[in-house]
Design a protein around this ligand. Structure first.
Ligand code: MEV
Length: 316
């Protein structure tokens, strides 16, 4: 029995999708990302007897001190957040549940860290500002990705589409008409860390070749921003196809992702590309309407997708 009354607080964060600009964003080019609210992380924080911090997640259940190496960022995020809150003495049970599949370029690591910080601040009845949240999440992201651009954590904590460029103010993105998308999970875990590193290695060997693709991706992001504002879905689709080609040239697509992209296009998608780090993970396809979305989703499952989601970005 607890001597003190049971207190429960919840922190949540949603998934994100990069529409265009993954990888080139690491080199300072702009990118566009959407909040993907259909899937999310929920962190429930409760008080327990004693001083221990117990973690309960799909991958590990036990005291924070024994957290496995691959979850080190999560353990560190809890400890650092408690430091900022100047709380460390009470026993806590922290439960992490998530409908965001991990390693699929859907921002699961950023969403976990955001939900953790939000849950802990809520538990201790503290207001949480972005200037407190972001450094804590950035630290956790460094464990997961090495040198993240920061787009994942901004997109997973934003309610609206964002225009993101390193070291610059995040801007909103005008959406001139609703845009419908299908997202397909290849079912394979991608490794963002090694995908980012592989481009860096190539860049050191052949800077001109890599620079060409990076520059083009930056240009495509600008064109997509204009086409989104104009509500021009055909143009957006065309630019997404071009972006996939450049990501393929950079070596971060693979046969499985190319097959899904081609299946979506053959079924009538206006454009399709990988989203996130690549080499596994997910693709997204732009479709004219929801009915076509269903057709494209079925074709993607036929082509081997483990699961699909449909979503619409509203006019804003
Ligand atoms: C990962 O979601 C996006 C990448 O551009 C890496 C990053 O921006 O940190 C591949």
């Amino acid at each position: 029995m607890l001597e003190t009354p049971q207190k429960v607080a919840v922190g949540r964060a949603h998934s994100k999708l990069i529409l265009i600009g993954e990888h080139s964003v690491v080199y300072g080019k702009p990118a566009i990302a959407f909040p993907f609210k259909q899937i999310e992380v929920k962190v429930t924080v409760k008080n327990i007897e004693g001083n221990a911090i117990q973690i309960e997640s799909p991958f590990y259940k036990g005291p924070i001190e024994l957290i496995p190496e691959k979850m080190e960022g999560i353990g560190d995020c809890v400890i650092q957040t408690l430091k900022v809150l100047e709380k460390r003495s009470s026993g806590l049970h922290i439960q992490i549940t998530s409908s965001i599949p991990i390693g699929r370029g859907l921002g699961s690591s950023a969403a976990i860290a955001i939900a953790l910080v939000r849950g802990l601040f809520a538990f201790f009845n503290q207001e949480l500002s972005d200037s407190q949240l972001m450094p804590l999440v950035e630290r956790a992201e460094k464990f997961a990705h090495g040198t993240p651009s920061g787009i994942d954590m901004i997109a997973a904590s934003s309610a609206n589409p964002i225009w993101f460029q390193k070291q610059q103010e995040v801007e909103s993105v005008k959406i001139g008409a609703p845009f419908h998308f299908v997202v397909a999970d290849s079912g394979r875990i991608g490794d963002t860390y090694s995908a980012v590193k592989s481009i860096r290695d190539k860049y050191e060997m052949k800077p001109e070749k890599i620079e060409e693709s990076i520059t083009l991706l930056g240009q495509l992001a600008k064109e997509v921003r204009l086409a989104l504002a104009a509500g021009d879905s055909k143009k957006v689709g065309d630019k997404l196809n071009q972006a996939h080609q450049q990501l393929d040239l950079l070596g971060v697509s693979d046969q499985g992702l190319d097959d899904l992209v081609n299946a979506a296009r053959t079924a009538g998608a206006l454009g399709a590309k990988l989203t996130g780090g690549g080499r596994g993970g997910c693709i997204l396809a732009l479709v004219e309407n929801e009915k076509l979305g269903k057709k494209v989703a079925d074709a993607l499952v036929q082509a081997g997708a483990a699961q699909t989601w449909q979503f619409t970005i509203a006019k804003c």
